[in-house]
Design a binder for this molecule. Structure first.
Ligand code: FMN
Length: 327
């Protein structure tokens, strides 16, 4: 199953593992790349030395292509910009692909491209996809508000976002947000996507660096358990842990953005994702979490995703080919 993007990136399956703060290090990323997809290191929560170490570790484990995810708005606790120091590591180490997001693609795209990297940018709308194309990116990741992590509160859903982005730009589009099994993969490709990006589903795998309690929470969660929370401008989707429920209640009572920011704190994602604190922590999760029922290896998951997607395509074409009996 090859698409324009899989040929450009050198993948054997159209599956990208979303870059994820705290939980997508070299173990997860190399497993995904080794299985034929695009493994992505989540640089947002790494310091330059850690990022360099993870890039080296991926290269030791696989010769296949991988990427670094670099959100373009990253501040240190003292307010200093962290993007530049991480960008310098990327320029020195030259992973084959960099996927930027959360900021303007205008500033870094040409620098990365001049260094020979393929560049993708995460967008929530057709308008921002066009801006990214104008900035020179090679592909866009159309991420809906069904995704885990930071989202646009009034953003589009995957079903309406992806075809609008596909129509808006002449470059490959990766669909992201709520895609959790092979049916979602087939649906996204049917919408015109060249590949899919999954985040939540990859957290619930053997190789993911996330704390076991986070993974078990994903397996236990049902269809209504991934909710939107947080202060204006920093809305996220995650499991309704006690800390998140508190933020949802505060918002319902009309709390100020300042109060919501205080309730969110600065360390809750690490507490949830790394320490496994369900009580105090935040556990980012997409809206498809109710479909997560076990913790497979990455290779088994990717085989299953592709087998189900192929089965769906065959079943659909049979259904479309069948004529309704004439009464
Ligand atoms: C735990 C977690 C952390 C994430 N951190 C980041 C991040 O640092 N940068 C980013 O661009 N996206 C981040 N995302 C979004 C993913 O890259 C991906 O686009 C998203 O998870 C897709 O939606 P899904 O979770 O429904 O599969 C994160 C998602 C999760 C679940």
């Amino acid at each position: 199953m090859l698409t324009d993007l899989t040929s450009t990136l050198g993948l054997s399956v159209p599956i990208v593992q979303g870059g994820m703060a705290w939980v997508s290090g070299s173990r997860l990323a190399s497993a995904v790349s080794q299985a034929g997809g695009l493994g992505v290191l989540g640089a947002a929560t790494m310091d330059p030395r850690e990022l360099r170490r993870h890039i080296h570790a991926v290269r030791q484990r696989t010769e296949r292509p991988f990427a670094v995810n670099l959100p373009l708005i990253l501040l240190r606790a003292d307010g200093a910009d962290r993007v530049e120091e991480l960008a310098h590591v990327i320029l020195a180490e030259r992973p084959p692909v960099v996927i930027t997001g959360a900021g303007s693609p205008a500033k870094w795209t040409s620098t990365f491209k001049e260094a020979g990297l393929l560049v993708g940018h995460v967008v929530p709308s057709a308008r921002l996809a066009q801006k990214s194309h104008a900035a020179g990116v090679d592909f866009v990741v159309a991420e809906s508000n069904e995704a885990g992590g930071h989202v646009r509160p009034h953003g589009l859903a995957t079903l309406s976002l992806v075809p609008q982005v596909v129509d808006a730009v002449p470059i490959p589009v990766v669909a992201a947000g709520g895609i959790t099994d092979g049916r979602g993969v087939a649906a996204a490709l049917a919408l015109g996507a060249s590949a899919v990006q999954l985040g939540t589903r990859f957290v619930a795998t053997q190789e993911c660096e996330a704390h076991a309690a986070f993974k078990q929470s994903l397996v236990a969660a049902g269809s209504e358990d991934a909710v939107l929370y947080g202060p204006e401008g920093k809305i996220s989707r995650g499991l309704a842990t006690p800390a998140v429920q508190h933020m949802v209640e505060l918002a319902r009572e009309g709390a100020s953005a300042e109060d919501l920011r205080a309730a969110r704190g600065i360390d809750r994602a690490r507490l949830g994702c790394v320490e496994g604190s369900i009580e105090e922590g935040i556990l980012p999760s997409g809206s498809g979490v109710g479909l997560v029922r076990e913790l497979p290896t990455v290779a088994a998951l990717m085989d299953e995703l592709m087998a189900t997607a192929r089965g769906q395509v065959e079943a659909i074409s049979e259904r479309l080919g069948a004529r309704a009996p004439i009464a």
